[in-house]
Write a protein that binds this ligand. Structure first.
Ligand SMILES: NC(=O)c1ccc[n+]([C@@H]2O[C@H](COP(=O)([O-])OP(=O)(O)OC[C@H]3O[C@@H](n4cnc5c(N)ncnc54)[C@H](OP(=O)(O)O)[C@@H]3O)[C@@H](O)[C@H]2O)c1
Length: 267
């Protein structure tokens, strides 16, 4: 296997379950030292055990990304380990599920989802830039100081029902990626996003078979992404292969976004 990240250190937020596990595994398999966090001690330790079963060694510490003091404590931990950070993957997300429709949803729910997805992603990026990336020298044409990759969603562009807070947060992430790219590019820091569509996660296990089949019919490629598909895009965006890209939102959704309507209603 190619080892694009030998000698690099990576932080993956929300690396303790579902897609995050595959992102952690991808970087570790390609030679990186990987740090990850879940939101709680229990979920983080469960992730360490799952990754162990997948043959992946990881350095983990719980961190609620929406809590600035916890983000700072995570940075202290990484600093103590002494290997710095080269790559940040902002994968942690509040899915904002079951919050109700726009007529009955508690408006405070918007703040809660934004706190993790937007403020969380921003303050981890800010801390990583200040504590690690900006400590390296940089001149145009030389190696970049660091790379950040956000997990957005194709729902930032094409809405799904009763997920106002989540879709709005992913739209905000897309705008934030572009503004961060503008401001941080001249400083030698690249910022991009991967926007997935359906990803197979443990939540699919409770879906009735017909619902899973209809979701697949909604995909021109007839299959949802595997965690490893998304990890491959994230790794590309973090690698030197995307060295001239910043401010981009790269969609990975089995072709869902190129259709006007799913096949079963396209008569
Ligand atoms: N699944 C999909 O079909 C899909 C589609 C499009 C985009 N995406 C995006 O892709 C990424 C991964 O999706 P996923 O479905 O694998 O996610 P997921 O199963 O919902 O897992 C979310 C992860 O984020 C962590 N997290 C949540 N709140 C946090 C907080 N405040 N602080 C730190 N960590 C926190 C969770 O940790 P705990 O275990 O501690 O809760 C968990 O590891 C997300 O950004 C998601 O929005 C997913």
């Amino acid at each position: 296997m190619e080892k694009r990240f030998e000698g690099k250190s990576v932080l993956v937020t929300g690396g303790n379950r579902n897609t995050g596990l595959w992102i952690v595994k991808k970087f570790a398999d390609e030679g990186a030292r990987v740090f990850m966090c879940g939101s709680s001690e229990e979920s983080t330790m469960r992730g360490v055990a799952t990754l162990g079963d997948m043959g992946v060694e990881v350095d983990a510490m719980p961190c609620d990304v929406g809590d600035r003091a916890q983000v700072s404590a995570l940075m202290d931990h990484i600093e103590r380990v002494g290997c710095g950070l080269d790559i940040l993957v902002n994968n942690a997300a509040d899915q904002g599920i079951c919050l109700g429709g726009p007529l009955d949803m508690d408006p405070e729910a918007i703040i809660k989802v934004m706190n993790t997805n937007v403020k969380g992603g921003f303050q981890v990026t800010q801390a990583v830039c200040n504590r690690f990336f900006m400590k390296r020298p940089y001149e145009v044409g030389g190696p970049y100081r660091g790379v950040a990759v956000f997990l957005s969603s194709n729902t930032a562009q094409r809405a799904i029902r009763n997920r106002t807070a989540y879709c709005a947060s992913k739209g905000a992430i897309n705008s934030m990626v572009r503004t961060l790219a503008l401001d941080l590019g001249p400083l030698g820091i690249r910022v991009n996003a991967c926007a997935p569509g359906y990803i197979y996660t443990e939540r699919w296990n409770s879906l009735p078979q017909e619902a899973a089949a209809r979701r697949r019919l909604n995909c021109p490629l007839r299959q949802e992404a595997k965690g490893s598909d998304i990890a491959n895009v994230v790794a590309f965006l973090a690698s030197s292969e995307s060295g001239n890209m910043t401010g981009e939102i790269v969609t990975c959704d089995a072709g869902c976004s190129c259709q006007h309507m799913p096949e079963d209603v396209d008569m």
